[in-house]
Design a protein around this ligand. Structure first.
Ligand code: SIN
Ligand code: MN
Length: 229
């Protein structure tokens, strides 16, 4: 049975509503933030970006291992652990620009995440990482720290539900909070949580709503400000 988006876990046989919640100071989860039409439009764009101008690929870690997620970037190309203008590990091209609609979405995300009409003022993400998780993909605990600016990270999820682990700023261990991110959910981490460790221990295959146009797997988009010229 498909569970409507605003309803989440089951306790004692009852569906629990999913509400906006502050997971840590500056880290906010807003369930069901994107409607189905918006999700579908974003999935279509992601399919285009996955093909070019720089193809989506599994980035290689400095140790030689490949990440299990596939990534395509906008604005700046990211590879572990730096941003460059050209995608030197993926054909050498330049990635597509961050579209204006995404910048607007990022600003609105901060307004709604922080419940502050001014929170999006001056927020201009100049890069976005689009990650695709197949059924086996996951992401280890890490910090987003290749940016030279401390503006918030805006994260959007589409497709399969995942277990998102949001930790502390000291190390990749406890204390951390596990959150289920479902299709359409927004997660913002800024302020004291901007450099918190986080990761995706697993996705829950088969939970995606095919109405988004993504019948398998999970897309996550993180918008960031690199602070680079
Ligand atoms: C990331 O940390 O870059 C991705 C997080 C996610 O997939 O939710
Ligand atoms: Mn990250």
């Amino acid at each position: 049975m498909k569970v409507p988006n605003r309803l989440g876990g089951i306790m004692n046989g009852m569906l629990l509503p999913r509400e906006r919640s502050e997971i840590a100071p500056g880290a906010v989860h807003v369930p069901a933030w994107l409607g189905i039409e918006r999700q579908r439009a974003i999935v279509e764009e992601c399919r285009r970006w996955a093909v070019g101008p720089v193809p989506m690929r599994s980035a290689r870690l400095p140790g030689g291992r490949q990440m299990s997620v596939k990534t395509v970037c906008l604005g700046w190309h990211w590879q572990p652990y730096k941003y460059t203008r050209t995608a030197d590990d993926a054909g050498g091209g330049r990635v597509a620009q961050v579209p204006d609609w995404m910048i607007e979405l990022g600003r609105q995300a901060l307004v709604d995440g922080y419940l502050d009409p001014a929170a999006g003022d001056g927020y201009t993400p100049d890069t976005a990482l689009i990650n695709y998780y197949d059924d086996a993909a996951k992401m280890g605990m890490h910090q987003d720290k290749d940016e030279k600016a401390s503006d918030p990270v805006v994260s959007l999820s589409i497709g399969d539900t995942c277990l998102f682990r949001f930790g502390n700023t000291e190390n990749r261990n406890k204390p951390y909070t596990d959150v289920e991110l479902m299709s359409g959910d927004l997660f913002v981490f800024g302020g004291p949580s901007r450099f918190a460790y986080h990761g995706v221990p697993k996705t829950l295959p088969g939970t995606a709503d095919p109405q988004t146009g993504l019948s398998q797997g999970r897309i996550n988009i993180t918008m960031r400000v690199t602070g680079m010229e």
